[in-house]
Write a protein that binds this ligand. Structure first.
Ligand SMILES: [Ca+2]
Length: 138
C-alpha cells in the first residue's frame, strides 16, 4: 500500500503534484521507505518511517521535518494506492485500488484556532484496508 503526499499542494512540484511516496520500495517489518520526487517519477530515498498494522488499520508516523513542514501549518493532500502497475497517473483508474478513487485526494489542514498539537509532533496517518476507505484520518 503506497501513500502519496502532496506536501505543498502545488501541482507543478513532484509527480503529478505528489512530492513524497511511502512504501513504493518494499518495507521491512516495521519500517517503510519514504522517497521524495526529484523530478516527476524520479524518486530519491530520504529515509524510513515507522509503521504498524493493527487489525484492518495501518498507521504510518512521519515527522514534519521529512515533509518540509517544520514551523508550518499542515495543509497537505494525500492518496492511497495499492497494486499500481504503470507510472502514469491514469493507472489510478485502471489497476489496483486507490483511495480516494481516481484523481481525487484527501486533504488535511491544520489550523491554529483549534489545534493544540505541538508543532514538532509527528503526523500519523491511518488507513483501513482495501474497500474500507471512509475512515482515513490524519
Ligand atoms: Ca507538490
Amino acid at each position: 500500500m503506497r501513500l502519496f503526499i502532496n506536501a505543498d499542494r502545488v501541482y507543478k512540484t513532484g509527480w503529478e503534484g505528489y512530492d513524497f511516496v511511502i512504501n513504493r520500495v518494499f518495507p521491512t517489518e516495521n519500517k517503510a521507505v519514504i522517497e521524495k520526487s526529484i523530478s516527476g517519477w524520479e524518486w530519491k530515498n530520504i529515509g524510513t518511517v515507522n509503521y504498524t498494522v493493527s487489525g484492518n488499520e495501518m498507521m504510518i508516523s512521519i515527522s514534519r521535518g521529512m515533509l518540509g513542514l517544520n514551523d508550518k501549518l499542515i495543509d497537505i493532500e494525500f492518496k492511497w494506492n495499492d497494486n499500481m502497475q504503470n507510472e502514469g497517473v491514469m493507472d489510478f483508474y485502471t489497476n489496483g485500488d486507490t483511495a480516494p478513487i481516481g484523481r481525487y485526494a484527501y486533504r488535511h489542514t491544520e489550523t491554529t484556532e483549534n489545534d493544540t498539537t505541538p508543532v514538532n509532533e509527528p503526523v500519523t496517518v491511518t488507513q483501513l484496508k482495501r474497500n474500507q476507505y471512509s475512515k482515513s484520518v490524519i
